[in-house]
Design a protein around this ligand. Structure first.
Ligand code: SF4
Length: 338
């Protein structure tokens, strides 16, 4: 089921004082930080193939706030709010739409579902930004999930942009509680999109987590005019390794409503990956990937899985050899101009 894009469903505007201070200019055309938090009129251009829920998450929700798309893992929508609203956010049908957090009865239902499905061994805690919750509520989520599965070990992934937009949120106390209540199996997945986001405060937050035994992965979103540049991505991925963060994914933009101005072509992404391979060690290389627009899950984008362009769409092959479509740039431009 595709959720329609609603005009009243706009991603709110909001930025932390810290993240705003990283911008050298408040012109989103000129500054890669400002471009990520300042709304522009380009968001009003909603293309025919864009929608509120591009990954069709609503289709995979067996109980409120729990997405079960892949057999062994689930995603919990723990909190709607963020410290900064990224203009490229793909979960804009949910993010910032209320100021709430998961209610106790929804957490209990989600935990019971995880407990009853023995094939689940990984819980991704996301939102919004789950680190908008206070430490006690986060601990509550970890404890509830662990209690529901008994001796079955769960791995937790906490998806957060807090180290980038509000690194002071990452404290020794928080890291210690996540390690203890996650029973030593908590990973952090963050989203650094530009080298200017790797400040000394960000590095200190990484030290805090990694020294507590919490590994950190990074998912960069490939953003036109912000980081679709070989030098920028080289500096970004090599810099992440220096603070012990593994570059995990480089994501092709999802087809979220009003975000076409951020998307590059897949050809541009493949060329960047070729260039990066000549410059970086394997450890610094992320996987270039896309979440399929038809709810088909994530696939790696390589010269083998991208099978050319037909009728204005890339033809992409998934692991099972099935074909999927993703719009080619000309199609985006035509629709905007039309
Ligand atoms: S922090 Fe994540 S959920 Fe929040 S606006 Fe940014 S991308 Fe979206």
């Amino acid at each position: 089921m595709k959720l329609p894009s609603r005009v009243d469903e706009k991603l709110p505007e909001g930025v932390s004082r810290y993240y705003a201070s990283l911008a050298e200019s408040l012109d989103p055309e000129k500054d890669p930080i400002a471009a990520q938090f300042m709304r522009t009129d380009a968001e009003d251009h909603v293309l025919p193939h864009e929608c509120s829920d591009p990954l069709e998450e609503a289709r995979y929700m067996p109980v409120p706030r729990l997405i079960h798309r892949y057999p062994n893992r689930v995603l919990l929508l723990a909190c709607e709010r963020c410290a900064t609203y990224c203009r490229h956010c793909f979960r804009r049908h949910f993010t910032g739409q209320s100021d709430g957090q998961i209610r106790s009865q929804d957490l209990a239902r989600a935990a019971a579902y995880v407990g009853a499905h023995s094939e689940i061994d990984e819980v991704l805690i996301s939102g919004g930004d789950p680190l908008m919750l206070d430490d006690a509520r986060l601990v509550d989520i970890l404890d509830s999930m662990n209690a529901a599965v008994g001796i079955r070990p769960l791995v937790f992934r906490i998806a957060t942009r807090m180290p980038v937009v509000m690194p002071a949120r990452i404290t020794q106390a928080l890291a210690k509680r996540m390690r203890e209540h996650g029973q030593g199996r908590v990973w952090i997945v963050t989203q650094v999109n530009h080298p200017r986001e790797m400040t000394s405060a960000f590095a200190a937050a990484m030290t805090c987590l990694v020294d507590q035994g919490i590994p950190v992965l990074n998912q960069t979103v490939l953003l036109r005019g912000i980081n679709d540049d070989l030098d920028v991505l080289t500096e970004l991925f090599s810099g992440l390794l220096r603070v012990r963060v593994k570059p995990y994914y480089l994501f092709q933009g999802d087809l979220a409503a009003g975000t076409s101005h951020f998307r590059t072509t897949i050809d541009a992404g493949l060329d960047l990956m070729d260039g990066l391979r000549d410059r970086l060690s394997g450890m610094a290389m992320p996987t270039y990937a896309v979440d399929l627009p038809d709810g088909g899950g994530k696939i790696a984008l390589t010269r083998a899985t991208v099978r050319g362009v037909e009728d204005g769409y890339y033809i992409l092959l998934d692991r099972n050899g099935r074909q999927h479509r993703y719009p080619y740039e000309d199609r985006l431009a035509d629709a905007v101009m039309g």
